[in-house]
Design a protein around this ligand. Structure first.
Ligand SMILES: [Zn+2]
Length: 467
């Protein structure tokens, strides 16, 4: 039996290096052909022709930093795998990368399998995982081998939250890096200097100055710069590429540049909130809605991040989607204990399109690179994901570049029940999301099936090929 075909007719193909008018034919789960004027008479009535005249056809967005269904601080995030992935799908995302925690009493392999079991039958998007490592010994060192067999090629480490038990002691970092280098596993790093943060916490805590607007003073940009530089230099010493998660500041960008100039292989993601929001939000009523770690910073920091993105010093944008309901967020007004994190996956593409391409900072191919192709390459999912090559997964977002939208909670799908980007007027919005040949969202509404998403085994990061 012939597989189902879908013909996207009259659109504009955008990849990370080209943009041209063409039709695109999907067969089953794969892209079959990209060509001008594909003959539609061969398609039988049961097969679909979709008119996408004037619309952009881009590889599905990859959000390589999400926390769906995260258990933390005696609670759980608002979006479980189903709800979180549905909301992301409505914003043009087709693949996400979430985290498997380093759980006490479980081997890394067991932790990964438990996490996959939670996502299975729930997620509507394809996904893979980063494995978090919070301590290191011979046993953990051996267990890293098993991650590769499972198709996990990146880990997450923290340079802060030592007291909370997330941080591997500094004295062991080099040993960890050697092992990662040996296995060609990519470290993704939450970079803030723990000693500086702990000192500030004690200082401000003693004076009882812990309202939301104090958060950027307690977790200052300098702590990010210190950690980026330390991790970057250690990576250079060991010959290991390092990837900085959620870069938030100008001094962080400068530290990145220094490491790079000295010959280090250092890469980074930033997020829509660091690009678009500032610490002024922490002076507003319900400021808790804007608490995440690292904190929001200044206009100057925002501009430095856009510049880093434009120049390719920052490789990509991810969301760090970690949603809590208003009730969860507003339950506390101490910035040290407010549940940190905000929703973001659904709004990433339209925001970065509007403020990046729309304001002339970069072009459409670079948008695709920043939101899809770079993540696919860095996290070992390319070309199946992040490309429009014939023979690969038909993961596609159809984007209307002139559609006007004012972001508001009611149109979005996260269980958070609010958006930190409320009221922002945008030009351009995704109108269709296709995952492995199936239309899963249309005009901002989900129309796919829960559980359709599958776990992806990743390969070694492309960053190991740029020696
Ligand atoms: Zn995170």
């Amino acid at each position: 039996m012939q597989q189902k075909r879908k013909l996207l007719k009259g659109g504009i193909i955008v990849t990370d290096n080209q943009m041209y008018k063409s039709d695109l034919l999907i067969e089953g789960e794969k892209i079959l052909q990209i060509a001008e004027d594909i003959d539609s008479t061969e398609l039988t009535a049961a097969q679909q022709i979709i008119d996408v005249s004037g619309k952009l056809i881009m590889p599905g967005v990859i959000d390589p930093h999400t926390h769906f269904q995260l258990r933390s601080r005696n609670t759980i995030t608002a979006d479980d795998f189903a709800r979180g992935s549905i909301s992301a799908a409505c914003g043009g995302v087709t693949t996400f990368i979430d985290y498997s925690d380093h759980l006490p009493g479980l081997s890394l392999k067991e932790a990964v399998n438990r996490r996959i079991a939670e996502a299975r039958d729930q997620t509507v998007l394809d996904y893979t995982l980063h494995q978090t490592i919070t301590h290191f010994d011979n046993q953990v060192s051996q267990q890293l081998d098993e991650l590769l067999e499972l198709g996990i090629n990146s880990i997450k480490i923290f340079t802060t939250y030592r007291r909370e038990g997330y941080m591997i002691p500094r004295t062991e970092w080099e040993q960890v890096f050697h092992r990662l280098r040996e296995l060609q596993i990519l470290p993704t790093v939450h970079a803030e200097d723990d000693e500086l943060v702990v000192r500030r916490e004690a200082e401000y805590g003693a004076k009882d100055q812990c309202s939301p607007e104090m958060h950027p003073k307690i977790r200052p940009a300098e702590s990010e710069a210190l950690a980026v530089e330390e991790i970057g230099n250690l990576g250079k010493k060991v010959g290991l590429p390092v990837y900085i998660a959620h870069l938030s500041s100008q001094v962080g960008c400068q530290a990145l540049q220094r490491v790079k100039r000295a010959g280090g292989q250092i890469y980074a993601e930033t997020t829509p909130h660091y690009l678009l929001l500032t610490e002024d939000k922490l002076l507003e009523p319900e400021a808790q809605k804007f608490i995440m770690t690292p904190p929001l910073r200044t206009t100057q920091d925002r501009q430095a991040l856009w510049e880093g993105l434009r120049l390719g010093e920052i490789q990509l944008v991810a969301t760090d989607h970690c949603s809590f309901t208003l009730e969860q967020k507003l339950a506390d007004d101490n910035c040290l204990t407010i549940l940190p994190g905000i929703p973001g996956s659904e709004t990433m593409l339209p925001l970065i399109h509007h403020f990046g391409v729309g304001q002339g900072l970069f072009d459409y191919p670079q948008l695709v690179k920043i939101l899809s192709t770079s993540a696919a390459k860095i996290f070992g999912l390319y070309p199946e994901k992040g490309s429009l090559l014939p023979g690969t997964d038909a993961d596609i977002v159809v984007f209307d570049p002139v559609k006007s939208v004012v972001l508001c909670t009611e149109m979005l799908h996260s269980a958070a029940g609010y958006t930190p980007f409320d009221g922002i007027e945008l030009t351009g919005y995704p109108i269709m999301t296709i995952l492995r040949g199936e239309i899963i969202a249309r005009e901002g509404e989900f129309c796919g099936q829960t559980g359709y998403g599958k776990f992806l085994k990743s390969s070694v990061s492309c960053l190991y090929c740029v020696e």
